[in-house]
Design a protein around this ligand. Structure first.
Ligand SMILES: C[S@@+](CC[C@H](N)C(=O)[O-])C[C@H]1O[C@@H](n2cnc3c(N)ncnc32)[C@H](O)[C@@H]1O
Length: 203
């Protein structure tokens, strides 16, 4: 598996899980890597994705436990989401596949004290955004090289089919404006590898 910018942020996302959390929804779960990681932390996770191929891979891979993972072959914009249910809702590189307003459905599905965490993609707006993402280029080259060497030493990597991807249309300024409007109190941070982290805690 080549250096994966989304997976690189799994530990940071796991740190956002509130203490005592039991239930999670991973939106656009793809092959289920992050859903399984949450289950490994003891959460009962639902992964939702409209790609039959991805849900097939995720289901076949199973769950490491101790939490459970259930996969839903559905579109998050039309799926029935129970209100005030999930302690954690995550979107890893998936929110730009749907209208940003979808966060209001996710906000409603959060249990009191629950956290919505979005690892998102958007075009840089400010000088600071540009500077951060410019700095990613050399680190990215070094990381890819290290991963490549590691894989060669380990006899090669297993190739997994890629999850569907889509170009993004929002800028970081759009994300900040819409997050402030739809998720008051949320924070948006620019991350190194051409990503942002939006986090919101339900009251
Ligand atoms: C770039 S992939 C990211 C997959 C996974 N989160 C990861 O980090 O590897 C985006 C995922 O969003 C899913 N997706 C696209 N439209 C969606 C929708 N309407 N509802 C839920 N997921 C969607 C795609 O099928 C794809 O698996």
């Amino acid at each position: 598996m080549p250096f994966n910018h989304n997976d690189r942020y799994h530990p940071r996302l796991v740190r956002l899980v509130p203490p005592g959390a039991r239930t999670a929804l991973d939106v656009g779960c793809g092959s289920g890597r992050f859903a399984r990681r949450l289950a490994a932390h003891g959460l009962d996770v639902e992964g939702i994705d409209p790609s039959a191929e991805m849900i097939g891979i995720a289901t076949a891979t199973g769950s490491p436990g101790p939490g459970t993972v259930t996969y839903r072959h559905e579109d998050v914009t039309t799926a029935e989401l129970p209100q005030r249910r999930y302690d954690v809702i995550t979107c890893l590189a998936s929110l730009h596949h749907v209208p940003f307003e979808t966060v209001t459905r996710l906000r409603t599905a959060l249990a009191p004290g629950g956290v919505l965490a979005v690892l998102g993609l958007a075009t840089p707006s400010t000088a600071a955004d540009h500077a951060t993402w410019l700095g990613a280029a050399p680190v990215n080259v070094a990381a890819r090289l290290l991963v490549h060497v590691g894989e060669r030493l380990n006899g090669g990597a297993d190739d997994e089919p890629r999850a569907p991807v889509r170009d993004w249309i929002m800028s970081m300024a759009d994300v900040r404006t819409e997050a402030a409007r739809l998720l008051p109190g949320s924070t948006v941070r620019t991350l190194l590898f051409w990503r942002y982290l939006l986090s919101y805690r339900s009251v």
